[in-house]
Design a binder for this molecule. Sequence first.
Ligand SMILES: Cc1cc2nc3c(=O)[nH]c(=O)nc-3n(C[C@H](O)[C@H](O)[C@H](O)COP(=O)(O)OP(=O)(O)OC[C@H]3O[C@@H](n4cnc5c(N)ncnc54)[C@H](O)[C@@H]3O)c2cc1C
Length: 435
Amino acid sequence: MKTVAIVGGGASGLVAAIAAAERVRDLGIRAEVVIYEGDERVGRPILATGNGRCNFSNSQLAVEKYRNAEFVRKAYDCLEDPECDEPAHQVMGFLESCGLEWREESDGRRYPLANKASVVVDVLRAAAARLDVHMQCGKAVKAVEPPRGEGKRFTLRMEDGVFERADVVVVSCGGRALKSLDVEGLRRTVQRPVLGPLRVVDADIPFVRELDNIRVRCDVMLLRGKPGVQECLASESGELMFRKYGVSGICVFDLSRIAEVGDVLRIDLLKADELDRAENYLLARRAELVTRFGERLTCADMLRGLVLPRVSEALLKRAGMKEEDVCDKARAKKLAELLTRLNLEVAGIGDADICQVQRGGFSVEQFDPATLQATAVPGLFATGEALDVDGPCGGYNLHWAWASGLLAGHAAAEHANLHSKGETRHIATGEGDSR
Ligand SMILES: Cc1cc2nc3c(=O)[nH]c(=O)nc-3n(C[C@H](O)[C@H](O)[C@H](O)COP(=O)(O)OP(=O)(O)OC[C@H]3O[C@@H](n4cnc5c(N)ncnc54)[C@H](O)[C@@H]3O)c2cc1C
């Protein structure tokens, strides 16, 4: 009997286990599929996704947005559907075959029809149970050691001191836990949390602190370089939330994938794009308000109705103006600049615990994108965040988790199949499979 061991029963591990068990059944191999999960239950990480609703995929995935996009593209090509040009569309067929009903919201984001992440976990757990996947929960793996020679097996060293053997291993432990999992024979890239809030430099803290928990709709640009020669690296549009330490919100999360210390977040509260347009708009607004309020129109009058009162207060303070100051043309222009070019300097990630993804992991050059098998360690596979792949918000990361789980699960079963043919030969020549 062969053993396919999956280290971690989160998003990609559950799918890898189901895919491997299905292939084992279809090929008629004598093999068991075992998930070693450190937590008390499998599937827990999925429950927190999409604010508990699980944004599990996206019909408008732009593969180039993934880190290591070429590798991801090659992997997704292996899961193409001739009927459909969505990347790795077989993922949807797989989830539907497990019984998942879903619906699409704005920007192609897909959620379970029942609008609860727990439904996704339920269908995957049930599919795994139907296929006799053994779930060894509360069993954290500490180290994975490759076979020490021909016909030998992998050793999985557990946190509790015991060890298990396996013929094939799929590392699906996610990004955060990868740091403390010792896997012999593979190179890793440096890991850091991304898809989270950004911290700003001390000089900008008084401003953001006053606005803690305030949400605004805006455009945000990420700028790099010296003032005057700054390059715009990326821009996002959407809701931004001020925090005591910086800024949060989905548009900030996406920018956190590229932001570095010293970069500037330029917030455009008017979504005006060009400063000229903002100035013209504010001057026109001023002219209109002056006809009602008279020439004594104040700066507070100018911002009232345009932004929230707390935003108005904080902006005026930042501009060195008082609420009661008369809003002449020069002040209107200054406010236009502040509203469209509210620059905050990045000091780093705001709160690593809120970050959705851990960037880094096993460097992808060591893996075959079609199978996710490590070329230097036959029989060792990796999925999801254990690989140095991440994408923006919007279902990208779970889509990768499912797709990589499918590829690795199928290939892991096929590897076990090859070995079970080899096993007959070993037994005939009297060689066992013990280490
Ligand atoms: C709050 C939050 C919200 C998110 N929302 C979304 C979203 O809406 N859409 C989206 O696409 N992505 C989302 N993501 C990202 C997505 O959840 C992950 O990218 C995805 O779950 C990664 O899958 P994985 O299989 O690599 O790891 P995980 O799903 O994290 O699973 C890893 C599993 O391995 C187990 N494990 C760890 N170490 C060991 C060990 N040593 N031995 C045994 N078991 C171990 C863990 O307990 C866990 O069950 C979100 C992430 C977070 C944190």
